[in-house]
Structures are given as structure tokens and as C-alpha cells.
Ligand binder design. Structure first.
Ligand SMILES: C[S@@+](CC[C@H](N)C(=O)[O-])C[C@H]1O[C@@H](n2cnc3c(N)ncnc32)[C@H](O)[C@@H]1O
Length: 324
């Protein structure tokens, strides 16, 4: 397998560190507004993600956070907002120039945010394929708009590395482009387009399968939004290609015997006349109280063929709670 695309990727982000490029990745998520949080202008311009990996629900009890592919440092700063301790956030990047730009942005952030101390974030030079981080030491690992660039075996290695660093029940939070159409091979092999997060995407289900193959027992699809278009006029494609961006959290829970629990925003509602419905598999539905269910449980309940249980479709905005 060619590894030159990794070198191209490093060069693209060396350039993006030296000359900030607004809209390089074009996030579709509004930037978090949190009390007392001021994001330096250059850091904002270097927002090279495609969504957000920062979710306050994950960030209780001063967690240890690992962030791979630091960019301008905006999400590092947002994570530090929730983990205000020395070295609470470890940022890893393979590109010296990006680490340098991130460092400068964090120094500026310290001037603008009285609550923030530069020491909350530790920057480490390192590669997603060989993380300079101890086993089982991290509560929340995150990456935004990096892993979609990686080809099959590299993606597997990067996910395995994240898994290794996480504590039991730790969370891997990711934001990446996904695409349900077949992206033509000529575009997939275009190293620059791939590095720009435009042609490496997988269909969402395949993306989830890659994650559960590593051993993550629970998956939450937290958001799915329109992201970009590759059109036949500007790209070498016979048909228009629609790319989405997905925010997915993978939890290092043990793998259930019957396969992973994947929450895509399905809900079960019991509307019968009994006091409650119990499937004797751990799911109790109270009348007219929606219960978030994973796809597996939703499927099992649907198979019962009852006319007093409604299973909604996937909202793709799963927000916690649920059956498993
Ligand atoms: C698309 S940018 C995303 C930056 C940041 N996550 C954000 O949301 O703004 C990709 C980042 O990953 C870094 N990177 C590229 N290849 C890497 C690798 N093999 N290991 C670690 N970081 C890498 C780049 O230098 C860049 O900072």
C-alpha cells in the first residue's frame, strides 16, 4: 500500500499551519459559546475540523483527555475548559509547524482567558499510528477530521492505538466526513483531495464497523450533517457526490455476545394498556414514555410484531440515555 499519501498529508498541514486557510475543512457545527471562553482569532481561522468532538456530558470529573491532530488548538482549549488541571489535555500531532502554530495560539488564549493556564495542555510530537501515550490512561480520546484521511490498514492501526490508550469505559469521540456514494477510485487515490478530507470518506455503517471491529462495544451516532459536494464541473467525477459529516462516540465497553450496541437515535414507545411492557432482556417500556434504544434492541422489539410498540427511525442525533 502506498504511504506517500501520508507524506502529502503532512505537507498539506505544514502549509495550513504556516498560512491559516479559513474554510479548509469547513465545519458545519457552530463554535461553542461557553461562559468566560474566548477563542483567539487565529485559532478560529485554523478550525480545520468538520464538526465538534467536545460534549460537556462526556467531560465530568476532570477527565484525562487525549486529542490527536491538534490543528490550531481550538478543541484543545475547549476541552481544557472542562479539565482544568496540569496536563489534563494531551495534544498529539506529527507536523512540527502545526505544533508550533498551536503553541502560539495557546499562549494567546492564556492572555485572553483568566481561567486558562497554558500548563493545562501538554503538546507532544507523535503519530496517530504510534501514540506517545500510556496504555489505559485516558478517559476521553478525540480526533476531528483526521482519521477519514487514512486508508484501511492505517485506519485500523489508528483506531487500535486510541483503544489502547483508553481506560475501561473510556470514550473515543470522533468527527469525520462520511459518504454513502461510491467515491470514484481516481478521487480516492488523489492524495491532495484525501488529505483535504474530501475523498477518503466511508459510508457511515462501514465507518462504524471499522470502529466496532477494534472492540468498542457501544457506539453513539451523535450528529449527521450535510458537509460538502464534489461536483462534475470542479472535480473529476461523472456524478455529483454528497458528503456528510458525522459525530460518533465509541465507548470501550466490553463487546456484548450478540454484537455491539449502536445508538442511531431510535426510540421505542409502548402505547398499550398494561402498566408497562417488559421484554425480559433488560428493557422496560412505560406507557407513552419514549425510550432510546440501540438498533439491535429496536430490531428485536420490532420482530415481536406487536401492535402496541412503536419504533421510530434513526434521528442520527443520539443524546444519551437509553436501553443498554
Ligand atoms: C484536518 S486537520 C484537523 C485539525 C483539528 N483536529 C481541528 O479540528 O481543527 C488534521 C490534523 O491532523 C494532523 N495530522 C496529520 N497526519 C497526522 C498523523 N499521522 N498523526 C497525527 N496527526 C496528524 C495535522 O497536522 C492536522 O493538525
Amino acid at each position: 500500500m502506498s504511504t506517500t499519501y501520508l507524506e502529502t498529508t503532512r505537507n498539506v498541514y505544514k502549509e495550513a499551519a504556516e498560512n491559516p486557510q479559513k474554510g479548509l475543512c469547513c465545519t458545519t457545527t457552530p463554535v461553542w459559546q461557553l461562559p468566560g471562553l474566548v477563542i483567539p482569532q487565529k485559532m478560529l481561522e485554523m478550525n480545520y475540523g468538520c464538526g465538534s468532538t467536545v460534549n460537556p456530558r462526556d467531560l465530568v470529573n476532570n477527565p484525562n483527555i487525549l486529542y490527536v491532530g491538534v490543528g490550531g488548538g481550538m478543541e484543545l482549549l475547549q476541552f481544557a475548559y472542562f479539565s482544568r488541571k496540569k496536563g489534563g489535555v494531551i495534544g498529539v500531532d506529527v507536523v512540527d509547524e502545526m505544533l508550533q502554530a498551536c503553541e502560539e495560539n495557546l499562549i494567546e488564549a492564556e492572555k485572553l482567558n483568566p481561567w486558562f493556564k497554558r500548563e493545562f495542555i501538554e503538546l507532544r510530537k507523535g503519530d496517530a499510528f504510534n501514540l506517545p501515550v500510556e496504555d489505559n490512561s485516558i478517559d476521553i480520546a478525540a480526533q476531528n477530521c483526521l482519521f477519514n484521511i487514512f486508508r484501511d490498514e492505517d485506519l485500523k492501526t489508528a483506531l487500535t492505538e486510541m483503544y489502547r490508550t483508553l481506560k475501561k469505559h473510556g470514550r473515543l469521540v470522533m468527527s469525520d466526513p462520511t459518504c454513502e456514494q461510491t467515491i470514484p477510485e481516481n478521487l480516492r487515490d488523489d492524495e491532495k483531495l484525501r488529505a483535504l478530507c474530501l475523498s477518503g470518506s466511508l459510508p457511515l455503517q462501514e465507518y462504524i464497523d471499522r470502529i466496532t471491529d477494534i472492540g468498542f462495544g457501544t457506539i453513539e451516532v451523535r450528529a449527521r450533517r450535510p458537509y460538502r459536494i464534489l461536483d462534475p464541473v470542479n472535480y473529476d467525477t461523472p456524478e455529483l457526490i454528497f458528503i456528510e459529516s458525522a459525530e460518533v462516540c465509541a465507548i470501550k465497553d466490553p463487546m456484548p455476545a450478540d454484537g455491539p450496541c449502536v445508538f442511531t437515535g431510535k426510540t421505542a414507545i409502548y402505547y398499550g394498556n398494561e402498566e408497562y411492557f417488559d421484554d425480559h432482556q433488560g428493557h422496560v417500556l412505560m406507557p407513552n414514555q419514549p425510550l432510546a434504544v440501540c438498533d439491535k434492541t429496536g430490531g428485536n422489539l420490532a420482530k415481536l410484531g406487536r401492535n402496541d410498540i412503536f419504533i421510530s427511525g434513526s434521528s442520527w442525533f443520539y443524546d444519551g440515555g437509553g436501553c443498554c
